[in-house]
Design a binder for this molecule. Structure first.
Ligand code: BES
Ligand code: MN
Ligand code: MN
Length: 463
């Protein structure tokens, strides 16, 4: 019988080449100019699913980009694992900061990746990680070692808030019926500290517009006498947090669950090197809410960030105007039990109160998602931990992540099952940033780990 490690060493180049072909497709979901590429990525996934031997493979049309579905039902009486991932990627901008073409993958060695890392947009988030699942199942099917049923659902709109996936899941409860969902779209602590993500933050994302005079004005003739929307907007934003970096929106913290001191002690014991963290980001100090550590600030506490701000004249040289409008995109990361349907309303009421007379304010709710937590005593979690232990030789740590995958809490609500977040990325992978990369080691370890998961899962359920 062929083992996974035989398989990985004899197929090394092919496994890289196939992923490279996927990474070459610029499937940027946020930008309509890439629409045909996003469709091409869906088609690529469909062909892969067929190639590895899944049945009922289909590119499922939705109001947005398609969802690619495939399944292998070994025996309807056996448990079923649903694999979720995404084939869309973030825009590559700012493109000039990439050291190589974002859509022409190359392997380069780095300090953290002595075996090399694959540099390309989507290498870690999420093409590289999603693809590991297809390859692990390919191995299991080829070797008649698939112990349970598996369904794949790979979407193309994760990076824009999964609008069509909610639509699709609501219409396909039966088809998507499963016992556990497994996702690799998160990270570990380090390559020698495997981890399973047990918490994700939620999200509320708004865009605000402050409108002053009905046109841009001469700043000499009107300056000092009319509200300048950019001056006003920046003042309003400054008031959203206080001098302790608490968020000032009334009611914002009402539903926030404080952690027990035992839970906070466990977080304090997590491996974390503040000096290295600062060095990596080239900053001389961290910054955040009083009374909480860096790990807490970026995982179990809510946050508010301006993602972009624009308006007025930004071209060459000086143009003397008072702009008519100013805009900002503002995101809030949420923690249990904050509600992404309540928070934007609270934000809007407060933000409008902060505005002086002489301007109009509008707030648009872009998208959001609930926070998520999953227990460490479920069969799925235990199987994932056993698989990681076998592959890495070390028990994984349960970690809370600050990122969001809004569809995960929705799966629980709609399908009634928990998701196991067994990711293999590193924070240093530069996801959403220039020079995104994914370790070659992580890619192959991921395939290995996933191939062990299925057997442990079956054993967990038949114990
Ligand atoms: N894979 C990420 C989320 C992530 C990364 C979670 C690392 C934990 C660790 C996902 O693709 C993502 O970027 N999510 C967005 C939210 C979405 C609605 C745009 C995010 O967190 O900003
Ligand atoms: Mn992702
Ligand atoms: Mn992402």
């Amino acid at each position: 019988m062929q083992t996974i490690n035989d398989y990985l060493s004899s197929h090394k180049q092919g496994l890289l080449n196939e992923l490279f072909d996927l990474l070459r497709i610029p499937s940027v979901s946020a930008d309509p100019t890439y629409a045909t590429d996003v469709e091409a990525a869906a088609d690529f996934i469909k062909n892969q699913m067929t190639k590895i031997g899944l049945d009922h493979v289909s590119v499922e049309e939705t109001p947005g980009y398609p969802i690619v579905y495939g399944e292998k039902i070994i025996n309807p009486d056996l448990p079923t694992v649903l694999v979720y991932g995404h084939y869309d990627v973030q825009p590559p901008d700012p493109i000039e900061l990439w050291e190589s073409d974002p859509f022409e993958p190359v392997i380069k060695k780095t300090d953290l990746h002595p075996q090399g890392a694959i540099f390309a947009r989507g290498a870690s988030d999420d093409k590289g990680q999603m693809f590991m699942h297809l390859k692990a199942v390919e191995f299991l099917l080829q070797n008649q070692q698939m112990p349970v049923n598996v369904k794949f659902m790979i979407e193309g709109e994760e990076e824009v808030g999964s609008p069509s996936l909610a639509w699709y899941v609501a219409r396909n409860h039966n088809k998507l019926k499963n016992d556990v969902i497994i996702i690799s779209d998160t990270g570990m602590v380090a390559n020698d500290i495997p981890a399973i993500t047990t918490g994700l933050r939620g999200l509320a994302y708004v865009e605000v517009t402050v409108t002053g005079p009905n046109r841009d004005l001469h700043s000499g003739l009107y300056g000092g006498a009319v509200a300048n929307p950019i001056n006003v907007l920046t003042k309003m934003i400054a008031q959203l947090t206080d001098d302790k970096n608490h968020i000032t929106i009334p009611g914002f913290y009402d539903r926030v669950k404080e952690l027990s001191s035992a839970e906070r002690e466990a977080i304090a014991k997590m491996p974390f090197d503040l000096k290295q963290y600062q060095k990596d980001l080239d900053i001389d100090a961290v910054y955040g809410e009083d009374g909480y550590s860096t790990i807490e600030r970026q995982s179990i506490r809510p946050s508010l960030d301006v993602n972009g701000i624009w308006g007025g004249y930004t071209g060459e040289g000086a143009k003397t105007i008072i702009p008519s409008k100013a805009h900002a995109k503002i995101s809030m990361r949420l923690v249990p039990d904050q509600d992404p349907n309540e928070i934007p309303k609270m934000f809007e009421d407060y933000f409008k109160k902060l505005a002086p007379k002489g301007v109009k304010v509008s707030v648009q709710n872009l998208h959001g998602g609930y926070p998520y937590v999953t227990p460490t005593d479920s069969p799925g979690y235990k199987a994932a931990a056993q698989a990681m232990k076998k592959a890495f030789g070390k028990e994984p740590l349960p970690i809370y992540s600050g990122g969001s995958i809004p569809i995960v809490p929705l799966f629980e609500k709609e399908l009634g099952t928990k998701s196991i977040l067994m990711g293999f990325g590193l924070n240093s992978d530069a996801i959403h940033s220039p020079n995104e990369h994914y370790g070659v080691y992580n890619y192959f370890k991921g395939i290995e780990t996933i191939s062990y998961f299925y057997d442990f899962y079956k054993k967990q359920l038949t114990k």
